[in-house]
Design a protein around this ligand. Structure first.
Ligand SMILES: N[C@@H](CCC(=O)N[C@@H](CS)C(=O)NCC(=O)O)C(=O)O
Length: 250
């Protein structure tokens, strides 16, 4: 087996970073994970020579690769077994489409909710600073309001109606995940690229204590917990506005 040198630049709350790490582990590729301080990560990875200011960012044998969908493909090239994409063209197309949907649609859900909370709920910023282990988290959390606004606006998370509608859409999105499992696209014995993409996002959604009761018990939640039993961050109950939650329970 060819030896591969890999360093993954990551931030602890980032579900795509966990997807990338889980794919490296699945491939049994020796790798180092470098945790960058959240909020500084965009600048940090650019300073390291990556083209975009996003994590996951992977240095692999001197190549610089960014984004979960690019990482999954490169990993299959450098270490073909176990495969992240099926050999059969029809099954491959289904996995690619599920991965695309996971990347472009579902992945935004925890990101937008987190960033909305960071803008509009000061206690979220204090909580994040506490989890990050920074000194004086209350002070840092309050002082970080402009940083939270910057990162929130970047992805449209300052739009309250948009984020509220996204929360209301979660049952439909999770229904789509359950459908992919029922159809055998994901959730098989050997996880594929779409399992890691989608499973890591559902796992991130489960860390919101306000959302978890509506997710637990679904096939999507079982898959997420199987792929990633532990997640390093969480969001306490009571942070998401109570009036947003009824649509989650039908
Ligand atoms: N779809 C990309 C998303 C990458 C991404 O946006 N990562 C976030 C962290 S979850 C980030 O680094 N954002 C930087 C920013 O918003 O400036 C992937 O799957 O890798």
């Amino acid at each position: 087996m060819r030896r591969v040198q890999a360093t993954l630049y990551s931030i602890p709350p980032s579900h795509p970073c966990h997807a990338a790490r889980l794919m490296l582990e699945h491939k049994r590729i020796d790798h180092k994970v470098v945790e960058v301080i959240p909020g500084t990560h965009a600048v940090a990875v650019r300073a390291l020579g990556f083209q975009r200011g996003t994590v996951p960012a992977l240095r692999l044998d001197g190549r610089k690769i960014q984004g979960t969908t690019e990482i999954s493909r490169v990993l299959d090239q450098v270490r073909p077994q176990p495969r992240l994409f099926p050999a059969d063209p029809q099954r491959r197309a289904a996995v690619e489409e599920a991965e695309r949907w996971g990347d472009e649609v579902l992945q935004n859900a925890p990101r937008l909710i987190t960033r909305w909370l960071a803008i509009y709920r000061p206690q979220m910023r204090v909580h994040m600073a506490t989890e990050a282990g920074v000194p004086a988290p209350t002070l840092v959390g309050h002082a970080n309001a402009p940083v939270a606004r910057y990162f929130g606006r970047k992805v449209g998370a300052d739009d309250t109606e948009r984020v509220r509608a996204l929360v209301a859409d979660l049952p439909e999105m999770l229904g789509h995940v359950d459908g992919l499992i029922a159809d055998g696209v994901i959730g098989g014995e050997q996880p594929n690229a779409a399992d890691f993409q989608i499973g890591s996002t559902v796992r991130a959604l489960l860390t919101f204590e306000d959302l978890a009761p509506a997710i637990r018990g679904r096939p999507a939640a079982d898959l997420a917990m199987r792929l990633m039993p532990e997640f390093p961050t969480s969001v306490p109950a009571g942070f998401i506005p109570a009036e947003w939650l009824p649509p989650l329970h039908g």
